[in-house]
Design a protein around this ligand. Structure first.
Ligand code: SF4
Length: 194
């Protein structure tokens, strides 16, 4: 029996084979697909990309349209069915990647809540980077361990941990590991493993 791909299935349905879909799924898939084409991605530019969330690198298609005022509007992001690796599949995180660009809840500036404070306040990147550096220095000074219980030299810092972003490139991961090991950090993790 011939194998029917996802794209082939949809194409077949659009071409008039929708009767089976109506009876099997309870609605006219061909019509639904046609409506989607008409309303959301008709006339758009398709840009092929990869999901930024983790190193699996699933393939995406971003659909954009140029508006009359010259701006480019992002209309849709979905898995690329033509990718021979992921065949259009995305995990739940990747399936929501459009929210990276469009979510009104996305935090775009550093937020800081001082010790004892009940509210977060917007601060500058300079303030935040200085604050992180000061806290790392103070924590390292306070928690650095030179020898273990048996008297063996260990020279490690047990007071903070580091979690790398899943979108790190190899070079960023290498650099972050070097910096953290240089500070004596022993607890290094990676977002994709959390
Ligand atoms: S986050 Fe999910 S969709 Fe994105 S690359 Fe990783 S596995 Fe693929």
């Amino acid at each position: 029996m011939a194998t029917l791909t996802r794209r082939g299935f949809l194409t077949t349905m659009t071409a008039g084979g929708g009767v089976a879909a109506v009876s099997a799924l309870g609605f006219d898939l061909a019509q639904a697909y046609q409506v989607r084409q008409t309303l959301r991605i008709a006339g758009t530019t398709q840009s092929h990309s990869v999901c930024p969330y983790c190193a699996v690198g699933c393939a995406l298609i971003a659909y954009t349209r140029k508006e009359p005022d010259g701006t480019v509007k992002l209309l849709q992001i979905e898995g690329d069915p033509d990718s021979p690796i992921t065949e259009g599949r995305l995990c739940p995180k990747g399936a929501t990647s459009m929210q990276l660009a469009t979510s009104t809840r996305r935090v775009e500036k550093p937020l800081y809540r001082a010790p004892g404070a009940t509210a977060w306040k917007e601060v500058s990147w300079d303030f935040m980077l200085d604050k992180i550096a000061q806290n790392i220095k103070a924590t390292r000074d306070r928690t650095f361990v030179t020898t273990d219980a048996a008297g063996n030299p260990v020279n490690r810092c047990e007071g903070f941990a580091f979690a790398g972003g899943a979108a790190f490139s190899s070079e960023e991961g290498y650099f972050a590991t070097k910096v953290m090991r240089g500070l004596g950090a022993v607890y290094l993790e990676q977002q994709a493993r959390v």
